[in-house]
Design a binder for this molecule. Structure first.
Ligand code: FAD
Length: 399
């Protein structure tokens, strides 16, 4: 029997996995990547340590619209299957106390090395510096046009061209136009997991200051859930893990829904309730303390500047309320060049939930960040790239 040729557009985590899985399922995959090397985002993931998955991998960590589809996908290729897959390739991993899974070497290059070794072992054809400009259905297969004017033919296509975050690394959203040319709806992509631009008198004097805090997104009067983590003051606004984790809802409200009433609420003293904090401040006042001494031991001394007018025994009630719920009005996000993920993409209702085959075009599959799936930080996004790549690889080879 003649092997099916499967053209895979995009050599990121999803595309590499799709190529490996299609090859193992008996197809003849060709991996097409516009960059001079594969997996550039894998290499920078987790600040170069590559957080490949999470010990608690379940749909609740993903966007609500993605959860039904994720339930089916992760049942077939979830936490165990991802780890088994990498172990089989020879990658040793460990689980950090917060559940994130990393290579034991703490180096993303180890992840890329084992993947590239597997592509070579399976003799997968990899074509670098090939940028696909258009895809058309032709006969029982597809015709792809490259930027340099070449034409390529294949029986099946898996579109793994990523989202829009970090466009310098390759994924610039061009895949959305290709998907749209087949009639797909693109849910307006917006930057996700991204620092916030805030014009507030606190940010400049506190720039560089990082504290353990809690943050919550607020759109109009509706507040989201509190997320604990770092809050980092910068010259343009706020960053840090807690801010990145609440940024998605704010980015959607601002960039997709044109809502300008968006803010982030920060609890600067998450280790005490407001009542406990007030008691503590009263205790200090009782000892004759005032000014900066009221804050000492609770917040770093830099906070004394912006809080000056409240460091007064007569204002400790206002101070306690402010420290527990400081509201920062958000101007915008720092945009695509700094966003770790994309929120939005190809509408999930338009792909088969079992195979991720397009419902608009038979033989076309979609995997990875191009689809409207995203999760908070923690290895969930790469887990999605691996899982969706794996499933489309099998489906394209065997349907
Ligand atoms: C700074 C940063 C850190 C991150 N850290 C983590 C982490 O630790 N853990 C985690 O789970 N997630 C992390 N992520 C997110 C994760 O890396 C992505 O969600 C995931 O890599 C997406 O995989 P993908 O294959 O769908 O897309 P991509 O990795 O973006 O791959 C798409 C590929 O397609 C190529 N391409 C695009 N258009 C074309 C075309 N027309 N023709 C040919 N090729 C094309 C691109 O060059 C690119 O190589 C991080 C992201 C960033 C930006």
């Amino acid at each position: 029997m003649v092997k099916k040729s499967v053209l895979i557009v995009g050599g990121g985590g999803a595309g590499i996995m799709a190529a490996i899985s299609a090859s193992k399922s008996g197809a003849c995959p060709i991996l097409l990547e516009k960059n001079p090397k594969l997996g550039r985002k894998v290499l920078i993931a987790g600040a170069g340590r590559c957080n490949i998955s999470n010990d608690e991998l379940n749909p609740s960590f993903y966007n609500p619209d993605g959860r039904d589809l994720l339930t089916g996908v992760l049942k077939r290729f979830g936490k165990k299957e991802i780890l088994d897959f990498f172990q089989e390739l020879g990658l040793w991993t460990y689980v950090a106390p917060d559940g994130r899974v990393f290579p034991l070497t703490n180096q993303a290059t180890s992840v890329m090395d084992v993947l590239k070794n597997e592509l070579a072992r399976l003799k997968v054809s990899v074509e670098l510096e090939v940028e696909i400009k258009s895809i058309h259905a032709k006969g029982n297969g597809f015709e792809l046009k490259t930027k340099s004017g070449e034409t390529k033919f294949g029986d099946r296509v898996i579109l793994c061209s990523g989202g829009k975050s970090f466009p310098a690394l390759g994924a610039d959203g061009s895949g959305y136009q290709i998907a749209a040319s087949f009639g797909h709806t693109i849910i307006h992509p917006v930057p996700a997991t991204v620092a916030l631009v805030i014009e507030d008198s606190w940010c400049h004097p506190l720039q560089g200051q990082k504290i353990k805090a809690r943050a919550a997104a607020r759109v109009g009067s509706k507040m989201g859930e509190w997320i604990e983590g770092d809050v980092l003051f910068t010259k343009y606004g706020l960053s840090g893990t807690a801010i990145l984790d609440v940024s998605d809802g704010l980015s959607i409200a601002s960039n997709r829904n044109q809502n300008s009433d968006i803010s982030v609420v920060v609890d600067l003293v998450p280790f005490m309730t407001e009542e406990e904090l007030l008691e503590e401040l009263k205790r200090k006042v009782g000892k004759g303390l005032t000014g900066e001494a009221l804050l000492a031991g609770i917040l770093p001394p830099k906070f004394a500047g912006p809080l000056k007018e409240y460091l007064n025994p007569k204002k400790i009630e206002q101070l306690a309320t402010l420290l527990k719920m400081r509201i920062f009005s958000v101007e915008s996000t720092r945009g695509w060049n700094e966003a770790e993920f994309t929120s939005g993409g190809v509408d999930l209702r338009e792909v088969d939930s079992q195979t991720l085959e397009s419902k608009r075009q038979k033989g076309l599959y979609l995997a990875g960040e191009i689809l409207d799936v995203q999760a908070r930080r923690g290895g969930y996004n790469l887990a999605w790239a691996w899982a969706s790549g794996y499933i489309t690889g099998i489906a394209s080879a065997t349907d």
